[in-house]
Design a protein around this ligand. Structure first.
Ligand code: FES
Ligand SMILES: [Fe+2]
Length: 370
């Protein structure tokens, strides 16, 4: 593969990635092997587990999984197929009515919530059959700050992975927050273009006039400059309380923030599927899901403190409207970049000094891709 020859270590002198990184199936498949099979991926908030059954079917990278809780209360993730002849076990239809055990709808093999096969009708007379060889296939799953994460081949614990931003999860009390709203978008762009776009505000004066009034683009600074977690704070303008259409708080200010935290928005990217935007009064999550090399789904969740949500007249509409508009403005330019970069004649141009985090993302991506 012809790796981008223009890649440089310094942000100012670096060039963008070559078009093949957003247009080649070979690169996409390499990402599947080297990136999307061995990281911690945020897949759901704990509150999304069905309250009746402690269960949630999910799809990740075209693979069926389900999350559940065992009797000790630990969250576990399993492949969503029966070990007999592969029937899907958990779906939206039966999720709410599962009992303590998971019974396959086909021939009634039954598993407990630790994945152990506890019953398999008519299998006792098969000499070679052993229940202990036929439990559900488990995937590593851990909970942190109210988020549930999976990993197909963990090389480090989730806590080690998130250590660089553990203080921010604590300061914003992210574990206590709840989803007040969710929006899903389908974007005709490669996932990396969405990452790169989130990682710089060079485009803000052109693309986001409203955002640029609330947080002027030159007020961005980065305290995480290399590695899998990147980003930092951006100062709010004097007359803005938060990011919302009217610039006013959309929820109660999160208590315990320092004066500088309360006057800024922290924008963080967690490689390779999550953005975390910490506002003075709420937290915005972007979760990226690859569809194919030219398409990505983004799930956007607005998390507020339960005290805000319980308040009479709580209305996060100004924050939702603001980010929906900003997101759509971003998706449009990501889609334009996908088209232009897919042109075989495209040659990457130089980054400005306002794109140092994009260059840092590229470096980490290329190292991880191998
Ligand atoms: S496929 Fe599940 S019991 Fe047969
Ligand atoms: Fe943007």
């Amino acid at each position: 593969m012809d790796v981008n020859k223009n890649q440089s270590r310094s942000a100012g002198g670096a060039h963008g990635i070559a078009g093949q990184f957003v247009a080649s199936q070979q690169v996409y498949d390499l990402e599947t092997r080297n990136i999307f099979s061995s990281h911690w991926f945020y897949v759901a908030r704990t509150e999304e587990l069905n309250p009746e059954s402690d269960c949630l079917p999910i799809r990740f990278e075209n693979q069926g999984l389900f999350l559940t809780r065992d009797e000790a209360g630990a969250v576990r993730a399993f492949r969503n197929f029966c070990r007999h002849r592969g029937s899907e076990l958990v779906n939206e239809g039966n999720c709410g009515s599962l009992g303590k055990r998971i019974r396959c709808p086909y021939h009634a093999w039954t598993y407990d919530r630790t994945g152990k096969l506890v019953s398999a009708p008519n299998m006792a007379d098969v000499n070679t059959f052993r229940s202990e060889d036929n439990g559900l296939v488990e995937i590593a799953c851990e909970s942190y700050a109210g988020f549930l994460w999976i990993n197909f081949a963990p090389k480090q614990t989730l806590r080690e992975w998130l250590r660089p931003i553990a203080d921010r999860f604590e300061d914003w009390d992210v574990a206590s927050l709840q989803i007040a709203h969710e929006i899903r978008y389908r974007i005709a762009a490669n996932w990396k273009l969405i990452f790169q776009n989130y990682s710089e505000c060079y485009h803000c004066p052109t693309v986001h006039p409203m955002l640029n009034r609330l947080t002027p683009y030159r007020g961005a600074s980065n305290d995480l400059k290399a590695g899998p977690i990147l980003g930092g704070p951006m100062c709010l303008s004097e007359d803005s309380e938060t990011m919302s259409s009217n610039g006013k708080f959309a929820g109660l200010p999160i208590s315990g923030l320092s004066s500088s935290q309360a006057r800024s928005v922290h924008y963080l990217t967690i490689f390779p599927t999550m953005f975390l935007s910490l506002h003075p009064d709420y937290v915005l999550i972007h979760r990226l899901e690859r569809i194919d090399k030219g398409n990505t789904q983004v799930v956007c969740q607005f998390l507020f403190h339960p005290d805000s949500i319980r308040q009479p007249g709580f209305d996060p509409a100004q924050a939702i409207e603001f980010w929906d508009l900003t997101n759509r403005q971003d998706w449009e330019v990501c889609e334009l970049a996908q088209i232009g970069m897919s042109d075989p004649a495209y040659v990457p141009g130089p980054y400005s000094n306002l794109e140092s985090v994009v260059a840092a993302f590229d470096r980490h991506y290329l190292e991880t891709l191998g």
